[in-house]
Design a protein around this ligand. Structure first.
Ligand code: X2X
Length: 333
């Protein structure tokens, strides 16, 4: 007790000076927030990248990861990365589009046929086009996009066998104009909710359905609150690893190189993780009680065409971006 009093009487600076230095504080302490559970490959590979960065920078850069919406939902984290309150964020392209509209270009309904087309486009000129648009609003996007996956529709009340089963369906979609437009064109009744709200909104039946790639349905345990899953592959979605532009530019060049290499390499590994995940996830979800259907994409595409979805989004994205997309996937509208 007396020792404590004596200590507290010491001037703060003197006390700190007298303390043994067990660990040197990092020169750059950076925060990274995301919306996914710790078990998702995105968090596993991001953790590895953070460790590699600490090691290769000799402890100069420390990245603290805040997973699972700990810092708020997507909309909050997008505001935080813009202001610099956090340095890194991994929004889905759909969500990034609330700030950078062209970022949703990869999510045009039924555009990509497979992953070969996806990575060629996103690692090529389509991805580059989006990154330039991000830079214009002060966001640095790393070159390698991370995989979310092809989105599938889960529902609680009835299975989806074809597009007409979506009529009037109360479905949660991300906070994204493209998702709302697409599900309205499909005659559903979509509601934008942040991912942090999805489980509870299904559980309390605020909505009856949602759409996400199977790995998300698995790690977020959405099978507990849904009965059916339609393999619709209606959107390919990925995460952009973004940084606050000012914070990024302020880092010394050698540190930027280390960070960018670690993050891009981790992204490539994360793509492989999702690929491996996809090989088993459907049977795992089946075992957990989800009943699968496989509606033909044609009825969905026809409905989107009739509703003028492709024409509208061609105008909204602009000739250049749309042209890059069609170069990658073929004529859409
Ligand atoms: O919110 C979603 O559905 C998710 C997890 O896929 C996104 O981040 C867009």
């Amino acid at each position: 007790r007396r020792a404590l009093q004596a200590l507290s009487a010491l001037p703060a600076a003197g006390l700190i000076g007298a303390m043994p230095r067990v660990a040197r504080a990092a020169e750059f302490s950076l925060k990274y927030g995301n919306n996914l559970p710790l078990t998702h490959p995105l968090n596993i590979r991001a953790q590895e990248a953070a460790e590699r960065i600490a090691k290769e920078t000799g402890g100069r850069v420390e990245i603290a990861i805040f997973p699972n919406n700990q810092l708020g939902g997507d909309t909050d984290m997008l505001a935080q990365v813009r202001s610099g309150a956090i340095t890194f964020f991994t929004p889905s392209a759909l969500v990034a589009a609330t700030l950078v509209p062209v970022a949703a270009i990869n999510a045009v309904g039924f555009a990509f046929a497979d992953y070969d087309q996806v990575w060629k486009a996103m690692d090529g000129s389509l991805g580059a086009h989006v990154r330039v648009a991000m830079a214009k609003v002060g966001l640095h996007a790393f070159e390698k996009m991370w995989d979310n996956g092809f989105r599938q529709i889960t529902s609680g009340a009835k299975p989806i066998e074809s597009a007409k089963d979506i009529d009037g369906l109360k479905i949660r979609v991300p906070v994204s104009p493209l998702s709302i437009s697409m599900f309205k064109a499909l005659a559903a009744s979509p509601a934008s909710l942040q991912f942090s709200e999805v489980y509870s909104s299904l559980q309390t039946r605020i909505v009856d359905a949602q759409e996400n790639p199977l790995p998300i349905i698995q790690v977020a345990k959405l099978y507990e609150v849904q009965k059916y899953c339609a393999i619709s592959n209606h959107i390919w979605d990925g995460f952009w690893f973004i940084a606050n532009g000012r914070a990024w530019q302020a880092l010394p060049a050698d540190l930027k190189t280390i960070i960018a290499n670690a993050i891009n390499d981790a992204g490539l590994k994360q793509r492989e993780d999702i690929k491996a995940f996809n090989a088993t996830v459907q049977s795992d979800l089946q075992a957990k009680g989800l009943t699968f259907t496989k509606p033909a994409p044609d009825s969905f595409r026809a409905k989107l065409r009739e509703a003028g979805f492709y024409g509208e989004w061609k105008t909204r994205f602009g000739e250049e971006a749309w042209g890059l997309l069609e170069t990658a996937v073929g004529k859409l509208a």
